[in-house]
Design a binder for this molecule. Structure first.
Ligand code: NAD
Length: 494
């Protein structure tokens, strides 16, 4: 079979010179026996190739991380932070090129991709600095004397990232682990290895060999299983689906290790009657449609107070109707394709099920057929559904697509109970102006991240993570670094 030609519309110098040289092992970019094609999800054209690592390459990368550990943990925290800050400066300097590659590989509009690169750089910077602010303490003397709480790095870490925010998730995790003194093996998602390689190339320029390793593969289980079988692995940080995250967390291992999980979500957004309707419409658009709805904190259930439901729904339908589908690099495009046809099937299934149980499609509701023959990807029209109720699949499962289901409510207690009625607990949104009402909602919502009149609640200085099946552990804020630190209690007898 002849290989498909590669369409390169990004700056080729972002990637190693040889195609498929996408494994970073002990400071060298190398290849594996086999490669796999990386495609543009809008056109399905091949845009590059990545090394298809197996257990052997995974273990070579892991051995490099283990070998680098002693020297890296001994390096002063300030110096580790300085290296990472230098990497942040390089990423910011190349933000436009990186955003172009990210847009082509993931499908999101260029402006969103640019925002993701800058957000990722800010997260990397935050993580880099937090490594300097890890403290222990000295206890008051007891009858036996004083005690000391010492901290140490957790040890070599496996970083597993998803395709939907393939640059920022990687930067956030790498920043925390490296600044706290633990080398990394990063395993990016198979749909988006190139942006991971481009970002880690810039970071690695500032690091000693082996501190950061990257393993691309289309056989994630082979790579992850091999590394997880080694008891020298001290930490796993995973962002991805709840299904895979729970499977990794429940796996028996000879030695217990720390695992942070950021998984799926099913975000409710509650609009109280005193919300400013125009601003709230803008905020809902921002919390729902970026990345074609493929975000773990995307609104999945919009609860409108009955008194404003009709006015706000009309406004939203108009705005959703104005979204423009297409390829992320095309001027004016607001909504890209879904990552693949499996994702499209799920969106279609949710809409079909909802309609069969009485939901009404106010706009969208079907696959998009573009005029441009080059656009062969999995496009779905941005959709608004009303008459939605809890009997429908969409009320309980993460849709991961551009579909906005609208529910109405009359009573605050009722809406909080319905919002909490899910096995997920990542993000929730509250829109309104009555302080007491908002405060009450903030206290009672069982979610790790809450946006109050804020559609973008993921900030570097705040801890990010979920309740229930949305995950465990936090990244960001002062809490983020804690998952990368071990604690030693030292009792000193006087
Ligand atoms: P996924 O679970 O399929 O993949 C995530 C990562 O796990 C990828 O790197 C993949 O290669 C790897 N993986 C897949 N199967 C594996 C296996 N058997 N063993 C080991 N590793 C394996 O998820 P996805 O489809 O890439 O990402 C979408 C999901 O991620 C959504 O559910 C979304 O909500 C979630 N997500 C969560 C957050 C968060 O912070 N909570 C952020 C972004 C995405």
């Amino acid at each position: 079979m002849t290989a498909q030609p590669v369409t390169v519309e990004y700056d080729a110098d972002l990637l190693p010179p040889e195609p498929g040289q996408t494994l970073l092992i002990n400071g060298e970019w190398t290849s594996a026996e086999a490669t796999f094609d990386v495609t543009d999800p809008a056109t399905l054209e091949v845009i590059g190739r990545a090394a298809d690592a197996g257990a052997a390459e995974a273990m070579a990368a892991f051995e490099a991380a283990v070998a680098a550990y002693d020297a890296w943990r001994a390096e002063p925290a300030e110096s580790r932070a300085a290296r990472l800050r230098a990497a942040v400066a390089d990423i910011r300097a190349r933000a436009e090129s990186l955003a172009r590659l990210l847009s082509i590989e993931n499908g999101k509009p260029y402006a969103e991709a640019y925002g993701e690169i800058l957000r990722g750089a800010a997260m990397l910077e935050w993580g880099a600095e937090e490594g300097r602010r890890i403290y222990g303490r000295v206890t008051q003397p007891s009858a036996n004397g004083r005690g000391i709480v010492l901290t140490s790095p957790i040890g070599p870490a496996l970083v597993i990232t998803p395709w939907n925010f393939p640059a920022s998730m990687l930067m956030r995790k790498i920043g925390l682990s490296l600044s706290a003194g633990s080398p990394v093996v990063a395993k990016p998602a198979e749909q988006t290895p190139l942006i991971a390689v481009a970002v880690t190339r810039l970071i690695n320029e500032h690091l000693p060999p082996g501190v950061l390793n990257v393993v691309t593969t289309q056989r994630p289980a082979a790579v992850v299983d091999a590394i997880m079988a080694d008891s020298r692995l001290r930490k796993i940080t995973f962002t991805g689906s709840t299904e895979v995250g729970l499977m990794l967390a429940r796996r028996p291992s000879a030695v217990l290790r720390r695992i942070s999980l950021e998984m799926g979500g099913h975000s409710p957004a509650i609009v109280f009657p005193d919300a400013d309707i125009e601003t709230t419409a803008t905020n809902i658009m921002l919390a729902k449609f970026p990345n074609a709805g493929q975000s773990c904190i995307s609104i999945n259930r919009l609860f409108l107070h009955r008194s404003i439901a009709s006015e706000l729904t009309t406004m939203l339908v108009e705005r959703v109707g104005n979204l423009r589908l297409g390829r992320g690099l095309t001027e004016g495009v607001t909504t890209g394709p879904l990552i693949d046809f499996a994702g499209l099937d799920k969106v279609e299934r949710h809409v079909t099920d909802a309609v069969s149980r009485g939901a009404k499609v106010l706009t969208g509701g079907k696959r998009w057929t573009p005029d441009d023959a080059r656009l062969k990807g999995a496009f779905y029209e941005p959709t608004v559904l009303t008459n939605v109720d809890e009997s429908m699949e969409i009320a309980h499962e993460e849709t991961f697509g551009p579909v906005l289901p609208i529910y109405t409510f009359d009573d605050d207690d009722d809406v909080i109970e319905r919002a909490n009625n899910t096995t997920y607990g990542l993000a929730a949104y509250v829109f309104g102006s009555d302080f007491n009402r908002i405060w009450d909602a903030m206290e009672r919502l069982e979610f790790g991240v809450i946006g109050v009149n804020d559609p973008l609640p993921n900030r570097p200085e705040l801890p990010f993570g979920g309740f229930k099946n949305s995950g465990q552990g936090r990244e960001g804020g002062t809490e983020g670094i804690e998952d990368y630190v071990e604690t030693k209690a030292v009792a000193i007898k006087k």
